[in-house]
Design a protein around this ligand. Structure first.
Ligand SMILES: [Zn+2]
Length: 207
C-alpha cells in the first residue's frame, strides 16, 4: 500500500507528513508552508531531458582530450581512455583503476541505470518495484563517487606541476565530463522515487 492510498502527502522541504485534502486544488505543508505534490510535477520529462543531454555530452567527454601535458616543449593530449592506458604504461595501476572506475564505469552505469528506471516506470515494465528501488539505491550510492575523477585530475595537475619541467592544461573533454557528472546528478535528484511504486503490474508490489 502506498502513502497516497492512505491519504498522506510528504513535504519535500521538511519531510512532514500531511493529510491529503482531495477537495483543495493546491495544498501546503502544515508545518513549513511548502507546496505539496502527490508526485513531483513533470518528474519523468525533466529527468529524461537531463539524462539525454548528459548522454549527448558523454560523447565529447570521451572523445575530446581531457588534458594536455606539456613537457619540454612537446604537448601530449589525452582522452580519458588514452589517459588510463598511459597510467598503466607508467605502472601507476591503482590510479589507473580509480580513473577507469570513476570516469568510465560510474557515468556509464548511471546513464544506463537511470534510463532503465525511467523506462520501467513509464512502460509498467520490465522491473518490479523491488528491482526498481534496488536500482535507485544503487544509482544514489554510485553517485557519491562521481567527483572522484575531478579529484584525481587535481592531484595529477599538482604532482606534475610540482615537477616544473611539465605542465598540465585541462581540455574540452574535462568540461564535457564535468557537465555529464552534474547533469546525471541533477537527473537523479529530479526523479521522484515515489513513482517507483506507481505503474507496477505485479500484485505483490501493493501488499
Ligand atoms: Zn514542510
Amino acid at each position: 500500500m502506498r502513502a497516497i492510498d492512505a491519504g498522506l502527502l510528504i513535504c519535500h522541504e521538511c519531510h512532514q507528513l500531511n493529510t491529503r485534502q482531495p477537495e483543495s486544488p493546491k495544498q501546503f505543508c502544515t508545518r513549513c508552508g511548502g507546496r505539496l505534490h502527490e508526485r513531483r510535477p513533470n518528474s519523468l520529462v525533466r529527468t529524461w531531458a537531463l539524462l539525454l543531454t548528459a548522454a549527448v555530452l558523454y560523447i565529447p567527454a570521451n572523445l575530446l582530450p581531457i588534458m594536455t601535458v606539456n613537457s619540454l616543449g612537446k604537448g601530449q593530449s589525452d582522452t580519458i581512455m588514452s589517459g588510463v592506458i598511459e597510467l598503466v604504461n607508467y605502472g601507476m595501476l591503482p590510479i589507473a583503476a580509480v580513473v577507469f572506475i570513476a570516469s568510465i564505469l560510474v557515468p556509464t552505469f548511471k546513464l544506463v541505470g537511470i534510463a532503465l528506471l525511467l523506462y520501467s516506470v513509464q512502460r509498467h515494465q520490465p522491473m518490479s518495484a523491488r528491482q526498481r528501488i534496488l536500482m535507485y539505491r544503487f544509482i544514489e550510492w554510485i553517485g557519491r563517487w562521481s567527483m572522484l575523477d575531478i579529484f584525481v585530475i587535481a592531484i595529477l595537475v599538482a604532482v606534475v606541476n610540482f615537477g616544473s619541467l611539465a605542465s598540465i592544461e585541462p581540455g574540452y573533454g574535462a568540461t564535457a565530463f564535468a557537465s555529464v557528472v552534474v547533469l546525471t546528478m541533477l537527473a537523479a535528484l529530479t526523479f521522484d522515487p515515489r513513482l517507483i511504486w506507481d505503474n507496477t503490474d505485479s500484485d505483490d508490489d501493493h501488499e
